[in-house]
Design a binder for this molecule. Structure first.
Ligand SMILES: [Fe+2]
Ligand SMILES: [Fe+2]
Length: 225
């Protein structure tokens, strides 16, 4: 984290900095979610799924604030655990599985089923209620292969998962995975995300992320601080 090194405007504003809890959208991870993360992270340490999961979790936290009726007790464990099944797919096959233009639907299905199994184990270990576990598992089992959402909670998980691709981190990772430049990654990701978003709030977030990424690369922006 950068620290300010000068008071360029000769004005100390620190007295006006609000407490974190008063800042809209400011996130930390509460203990219940950190406990899930601790058990999930070993299953996510393949192909950037760990950092993908953290950003998707942040997006899900923002999304459930704006989707009336969404249940955080279901959505947030589901997003933290949705991709744990990739740990059971050989590392060198994961990019084949998710590449645009075909991919490997059998491997996508495999990671959903294995993720459902791992999520059941982790949430049972942590003592989550059976109805919550059943709903989380139903969401994970189909989170990529099933285009339609089975519930509002599922729609939130699906949207948060996809929106990651248009974040600065998602675009950087997609560039590295497929050898694309920023503009190519932005076009392929936004075009593949926006039509599939299921909530109004998710669509607004997707457009905002794509707008910021677009301005990053307009020629008028070049050379400016
Ligand atoms: Fe997935
Ligand atoms: Fe994902």
């Amino acid at each position: 984290m950068d620290s300010p090194t000068s008071t360029r405007y000769h004005r100390d504003v620190r007295a006006f900095i609000p407490a974190a809890a008063e800042v809209p959208g400011y996130l930390t991870m509460p203990a219940a979610h950190a406990a899930i993360w601790e058990l999930a992270k070993a299953h996510l340490a393949v192909r950037n799924n760990d950092s993908h999961t953290l950003y998707a979790y942040g997006l899900a936290r923002a999304l459930v604030e704006r989707v009336e009726g969404a249940d955080t007790d279901v959505v947030l464990p589901a997003i933290l655990l949705h991709d744990t099944g990739w740990s059971t797919v050989p590392d060198d096959q994961i990019l084949d599985a998710i590449a645009p233009g075909g991919g490997r639907p059998d491997l996508v299905r495999h990671h959903e089923l294995e993720g459902a199994r791992i999520a059941t184990q982790i949430l049972t270990t942590l003592g989550h209620p059976k109805p919550v576990i059943d709903e989380v598992v139903a969401i994970i089992d189909g989170h990529d292969s099933r285009r339609e959402a089975i519930s509002l909670n599922d729609a939130c998980v699906k949207d948060a998962d996809k929106l990651w691709r248009v974040t600065p981190h998602g675009l950087t990772i997609v560039q590295q995975w497929f050898g694309l430049d920023h503009d190519e990654a932005l076009r392929i990701c936004s075009a593949r995300v926006q039509p599939y978003l299921l909530t109004d709030a998710g669509r607004a977030m997707g457009l905002a992320l794509a707008a910021v990424a677009s301005i990053d690369q307009v020629p008028q922006r070049a050379g400016l601080v």
